[in-house]
Design a binder for this molecule. Structure first.
Ligand code: NAD
Length: 298
């Protein structure tokens, strides 16, 4: 079992740190929030007074922070000065590919080994230890990160070199955002054409229009397995987080001159929905925006 620093104990990090402690690791945890620290203590983590203190003496340091700027500043201002040479840095936050590569290079310059390891799965998966990790880094970094990540997830996949984990994450979520919008518009059109939603589900879920957005996360209440749609779109994966990931995908696409028109269209729709006050709803609630627009046009 390892001594692991853990920085960022929010919605996701709280459950992840708890699972590391449950697996028998010594977890030295830090967050800016006193409430988050109290929850980590209750879950069996040691709590420290700073990010530097959490990193000092750890064999590995996991970060689960809001965005690239937080990761860069925590690494630069706290971790790089405190971590012993050879310490493994595992950033599980969703951040831009360029920052992921940049911090990994800076870490290597300090004699540290950094991997990017963003996750698929939301708060429930973080709590249950069933996340999917997509890892970017060297073979040696992946080999050291794998058993630590396995204590927090169901699947740990080496995506490639530094930044490849973040590339996989934003491409996956751009695909998810676009397929969710497409699933919503198909159900709306089906309804307006007089087709029963359950009938359409029964047909499309075994036909070529099938997707995860339809069969595992159906945006229509009462159709398919239980999803946030059945809870008035509460919980799940927030519109604000989908929008964040779509923007990261759009930025990345610009830097490499990739054409991503469906991703851009999904981003525009999620931006409009967030601006209309729906940022906290589950992302499948985008069906409401399309419905409102359809009704306004009728
Ligand atoms: P969150 O806002 O709940 O948690 C972030 C935590 O980081 C907060 O507790 C905050 O106090 C802490 N923090 C911020 N700056 C800090 C600093 N300098 N030092 C120490 N702690 C600091 O966010 P979250 O929902 O847990 O998401 C974390 C990351 O996971 C994000 O990058 C997000 O995009 C990604 N993600 C989230 C979900 C989800 O469903 N929530 C799913 C997949 C990926």
């Amino acid at each position: 079992m390892a001594v692991i620093g853990f920085i960022g104990l929010g919605n996701m990090g709280g459950g992840m740190a708890a699972n590391l402690a449950k697996a028998g690791h010594v977890v030295r945890a830090f967050d800016l929030s006193a409430d988050a620290l109290a929850r980590a203590r209750d879950a069996g983590c040691e709590t420290l007074e700073s990010a530097a203190a959490a990193a000092a003496g750890a064999e590995a340091v996991v970060t689960m922070l809001p965005a690239g700027a937080h990761v860069e500043s925590v690494y630069r201002d706290a971790v790089f000065g405190a971590a012993a040479p050879g310490t493994l840095l595992i950033d599980c936050s969703t951040i831009d590919v360029a920052t992921a590569r940049h911090v990994a290079e800076a870490a290597a310059g300090k004699g540290l080994i950094a991997v990017d390891a963003p996750v698929s799965g939301g708060i429930a998966a973080a709590n249950a230890g069933t996340l999917t990790f997509m890892v970017g880094g060297t073979d040696a970094g992946y080999a050291r990160a794998q058993p630590i990540l396995a204590a927090m997830g169901r699947a740990v996949i080496h995506a490639g070199a530094s930044g490849a984990g973040q590339a996989a994450k934003i491409c996956n979520n751009m695909l998810l955002g676009a397929t969710m919008v497409a699933t919503c518009e198909a159900f709306l059109l089906a309804g307006k054409l007089g087709l029963d939603a359950q009938k359409f589900y029964d047909i499309a879920s075994v036909s070529s229009g099938q997707s995860w957005s339809m069969t595992s996360y159906c945006p229509v209440p009462g159709v398919g397995p239980e999803t946030p749609a059945d809870r008035d779109y509460q919980g799940g994966f927030a519109v604000a987080l989908m929008l964040k990931d779509l923007k990261l995908a759009a930025e990345a696409a610009t830097t490499v001159a990739a054409q991503t028109p469906m991703g851009a269209q999904a981003a525009a729709l999620y931006q409009a929905f967030a601006d209309a006050g729906s940022a906290a709803l589950d992302f499948s609630a985008i069906i409401k925006l399309l419905d409102q627009r359809s009704n306004a046009q009728a």
